[in-house]
Design a protein around this ligand. Structure first.
Ligand code: ATP
Ligand code: MG
Length: 239
C-alpha cells in the first residue's frame, strides 16, 4: 500500500525523552529521566490502567507541553492514533481524502489511494457513510489507515485494537508490521500481551508514570527487570 505513496529505504527514526515531567493539578503523572527509543522498534508500551501510557504518548508526540524536559527526534512527519478515535464530521472517504491532501498527495492520486486503504481495512463498502456513525472498531480501523496514509516517520498508536474482533485485530497488526517494515517507527500502547510479543521488538513498562523497565521483548517476557512488571505478567492486581 505504502509503495503507492513513495518508496523509501527501511530507516530507523530515533526518539528520546530527557528529564520528562508532566503534572496535573500539582501531581506528577509522568516522570521519565531518560527514555531512548533508538532501536528499530516497534516499541510496545505496557502498564496498568492509569500508569501514564496515554499521557506519555501525547508527550512524545508533542501534543502536551511537559513541565520539564524535552523530546528529541529528527522526524518531521509524525502521526498518532488515539485511544478514542477523533474523526471529522464527514464521510469515511472525505476523512481519507483530507489526510492524503494534508500529506501532499495530488488530487489525481487521492481517490484511488483512499479506496485502496479502505479496501485493506475492510471499509470499502463504507466509503460514503458518515465517519462518526461507524462502529467503534470501524472507527479505530479508519483512524489507523488515515494515519498511515500520511506516511509518517513515527506513528504513535494508543490501544488501536482494543475494541476490534480477532480478524480485524489481525488485519491491523499486519498493517502495522507492513508500515514498520517500510521504515515507520512504531510506538504502540497495548494491554494485549500476545500482541506485544507478536509485534514488539522492545517493551517499555510504565508504572505510576515512571519507566519500571525497558527491555528487548523476549527478555522482558522471560525475565522482566522489575517486580511490578513481573506481577503484571502474572495477572496480579497493580499496586
Ligand atoms: N485531563 C486529566 N485530568 C486529570 N487527570 C488526568 C487527566 N488525564 C489523565 N489523568 C490521570 O493521569 C493518570 C495517567 O492517565 P493515562 O491516561 O496516561 O493512563 P493510561 O496508562 O493510558 O491508562 P489506560 O490503560 O486506562 O488507558 C491517570 O491517573 C489519569 O486519571
Ligand atoms: Mg490510555
Amino acid at each position: 500500500m505504502r509503495d503507492l505513496l513513495e518508496e523509501k529505504p527501511v530507516a530507523k527514526t530515533s526518539l528520546a525523552a530527557h528529564g520528562l515531567r508532566f503534572e496535573i493539578d500539582g501531581q506528577t503523572k509522568v516522570d521519565i529521566p531518560l527514555l531512548r527509543l533508538d532501536g528499530e522498534g516497534p516499541t510496545m508500551i505496557l502498564g496498568p490502567n492509569g500508569a501514564g501510557k496515554s499521557l506519555t504518548l501525547r508527550l512524545l508526540h508533542g501534543l502536551l507541553t511537559p513541565h520539564a524536559g524535552q523530546i528529541s527526534t529528527p522526524a518531521t512527519r509524525q502521526a498518532m492514533v488515539f485511544q478514542k478515535p477523533v474523526l471529522l464530521r464527514r464521510s469515511v472517504l472525505a476523512n481519507m481524502d483530507y489526510a492524503l491532501r494534508a500529506a501532499g498527495v495530488s488530487r489525481a492520486k487521492r481517490r484511488k489511494l483512499a479506496l485502496d486503504f479502505l479496501h485493506e481495512a475492510g471499509l470499502a463498502g463504507k466509503a460514503k457513510q458518515a465517519a462518526r456513525t461507524l462502529s467503534g472498531g470501524e472507527q479505530q480501523r479508519l483512524a489507523l489507515i488515515r494515519a498511515l496514509a500520511t506516511d509518517p516517520e513515527i506513528l504513535f498508536l494508543d490501544e488501536p485494537t482494543s475494541s476490534l474482533d480477532p480478524s480485524a485485530t489481525q488485519a491491523i497488526e499486519a498493517m502495522v508490521l507492513r508500515a514498520a517494515s517500510h521504515g515507520t517507527r512504531i510506538v504502540m500502547v497495548t494491554h494485549d500481551l500476545g500482541q506485544a510479543k507478536r509485534l514488539g521488538r522492545d517493551i517499555v513498562f510504565l508504572h505510576h508514570g515512571r519507566v519500571a523497565c525497558h527491555q528487548p521483548t523476549d527478555t522482558f517476557f522471560a525475565t522482566p527487570d522489575s517486580a511490578v512488571a513481573a506481577g503484571y505478567l502474572r495477572g496480579d492486581l497493580p499496586i
